[in-house]
Design a protein around this ligand. Structure first.
Ligand code: ZN
Length: 68
């Protein structure tokens, strides 16, 4: 039944589009902070490009996703 297949494809494309849109919205709304526990003071949130802990100054080794 071509009609059913067509509807199925439409649904799949729709789900794909919604997922894409949600990912985009998440990327736009996400705060520019990264969750990484400081080994000394256990501060969790740091700037994505942080080198030192904001609270205690310890050198952090935050894994960089290299988005740029
Ligand atoms: Zn710290």
């Amino acid at each position: 039944m071509p009609g059913t297949v067509g509807r199925l494809i439409t649904v799949v494309i729709m789900i794909f589009g919604v997922t894409l849109f949600l990912n985009l919205a998440k990327a736009l709304l996400a705060p520019s902070k990264v969750r990484f526990p400081c080994p000394v003071c256990a501060l969790q949130r740091h700037d994505v490009d942080a080198v030192h802990c904001k609270a205690c100054g310890t050198v952090l080794n935050i894994p960089d996703e290299g988005m740029d």
